[in-house]
Design a protein. Structure first.
Length: 243
C-alpha cells in the first residue's frame, strides 16, 4: 500500500487551491457524521468523533454545523428523514467508483449522481458491480512532522493495540486495522498520547487503474462535481493517482 498512500492524497487535498471554507466545513461534517454513525454521538466515549470535532473546531467550523452533523448521524435531527446508501459505477477509462450518499430525497440524489457520471464519460452500474474490487479497512493517520515519534515504538504500540499493518510514508504513519478492531485501536493509541490526524473505516481498492491524461481530467471533474453535492458523503475509486 506504500505506493498508493492515502496520506499522499490527503496532502494533495490540503494543498488544493480551491480549499474554500464551504468545502472545508463539508469535509469536516462528513468526517463527524461518519464517526458518529460508527461509534455514537458522545465524544466522551467515541475517540474518533472527538478527534473529528477537534479538527473541525481548529478550522473554525461553527458549533451548529458540528451539532447538525452529529444529529444527522444519530437520527436526532428534527423534521428530517435521511437515507444512507451507495451508488456504484465506472468513471472515464473504466475507473471503478463507489459513491456513498446521505439524503432526504432519493430521487433528487439519484438524478444528480447519474448526471455527474454521464456528463464526465462514466456510467452507473448495479449494486455489487464494482464493490468486490475494494476491501473495507480501518485507517488511522498519525503525522510526525516534528520527528518526535519513534518508529519502533509506534509500530509496537499499534500492533499491540490490534492493528494489522503500519506504513511509514512522507513523515507520517498510516495504520490499518480490521473494521471490528478499529475503535479499540483508536482508543488505545489516543490513551498512549498519540495525536491522531485522521481516522475512519473506509474502502481501499485491491488494484489501481491507470488512465490517459484526458480520462484523468474527466475523472477529476467527476469527483469535483460529486464533492460539490451536499448529499455525497464519500467517494471511493481505484484511479492510479499521479505523483
Amino acid at each position: 500500500m506504500a505506493g498508493h498512500s492515502k496520506w499522499h492524497n490527503i496532502q494533495k487535498r490540503k494543498g488544493a487551491q480551491d480549499a474554500k471554507k464551504g468545502k472545508i466545513f463539508m469535509r469536516h461534517a462528513k468526517l463527524i457524521y461518519t464517526a458518529a454513525k460508527q461509534g455514537g454521538g458522545d465524544i466522551t466515549t467515541n475517540a474518533t468523533l472527538r478527534t473529528a470535532v477537534d479538527k473541525a473546531k481548529a478550522d473554525n467550523m461553527p458549533n451548529d454545523n458540528i451539532d447538525r452533523a452529529i444529529k444527522k448521524a444519530t437520527g436526532n435531527l428534527d423534521g428530517a428523514n435521511y437515507e444512507e446508501f451507495s451508488y456504484e459505477g465506472y468513471g472515464p477509462g473504466g475507473v471503478a467508483v463507489i459513491v456513498n450518499v446521505l439524503t432526504d430525497n432519493r430521487n433528487r440524489t439519484a438524478s444528480d449522481v447519474r448526471h455527474a457520471f454521464k456528463k464526465n464519460g462514466g456510467n452507473l452500474g448495479e449494486n455489487g458491480s464494482v464493490s468486490f474490487m475494494f476491501d473495507r479497512k480501518g485507517y488511522i493517520l498519525i503525522t510526525n512532522e516534528e520527528g518526535n515519534i519513534d518508529e519502533d515504538e509506534i509500530t509496537l504500540e499499534a500492533l499491540e493495540a490490534g492493528a494489522d499493518d503500519i506504513v511509514t510514508q512522507d513523515g507520517a504513519y498510516e495504520i490499518f486495522t480490521a473494521p471490528e478492531s478499529f475503535q479499540e485501536v483508536v482508543s488505545y493509541l489516543t490513551e498512549k498520547g498519540f495525536e491522531i490526524e485522521e481516522s475512519e473505516i473506509t474502502l481501499f481498492p485491491q488494484n489501481y487503474n491507470a488512465v490517459s491524461e484526458e480520462d484523468a481530467e474527466k475523472m477529476a471533474n467527476l469527483i469535483d462535481t460529486l464533492e460539490d453535492n451536499e448529499d455525497v458523503q464519500d467517494i471511493h475509486h481505484n484511479l492510479e493517482e499521479a505523483n
